[in-house]
Design a binder for this molecule. Structure first.
Ligand code: SF4
Ligand code: SF4
Length: 152
């Protein structure tokens, strides 16, 4: 299990490096985390976050949040992520894949909130397979699915 979490940490570093040159900095307005409906999070990512927060109560809130509002990746249904504190993400260093790509990548060119600094600067995608390092990500998280969580 630890080796998978380590692999995920390395993967996120590579992903962040891949995303950085092609984008501007996030405006940190926090709007996307107030309306993070249907955020897709894999069991390995949950495990990684759980190690970081060490708080079963807030982890359960987060699991309820992602299960109850699984409608769209981002956008139309309002729902504040339990990890948002003020405008900021309290688990920024360990946030899931889809939190990292939101902004630089824009589903069908329609998924960014009004006022998001990435409007006009994002890469449009139509299928998750077009997201950066997605095959590598899927390979990593799917390998581990059976290890920890039967919820997802
Ligand atoms: S995990 Fe962090 S970045 Fe992702 S929706 Fe929640 S507060 Fe926002
Ligand atoms: S809505 Fe855009 S600018 Fe605001 S926090 Fe989210 S990604 Fe950053």
């Amino acid at each position: 299990m630890d080796s998978m979490l380590h692999s995920l940490a390395i993967f996120y570093k590579t992903l962040d490096k891949t995303l950085q040159p092609q984008t501007m900095d996030c405006g940190l307005c926090g709007e996307c985390c107030r309306r993070a409906a249907g955020l897709q999070v894999y069991p390995l990512e949950l495990q990684y976050i759980s190690r970081f927060v060490q708080n079963p109560r807030i982890m359960q809130k987060f699991i309820n949040f992602i299960e109850n509002k699984r409608v769209k990746i981002w956008g139309e249904i309002a729902g504040q992520c339990p990890f948002q504190q003020g405008d900021r993400c309290s688990i920024y260093a360990v946030r899931p894949y889809f939190c990292r790509v939101y902004g630089p990548y824009n589903l069908r060119g329609k998924n960014l909130l009004p006022g998001c600094v990435y409007n006009g600067h994002s890469t449009t995608y139509f299928d998750q397979k077009e997201l950066p390092l997605y095959d590598q990500f899927l390979n990593l998280v799917q390998k581990s699915n059976h290890l920890y969580c039967r919820r997802c």
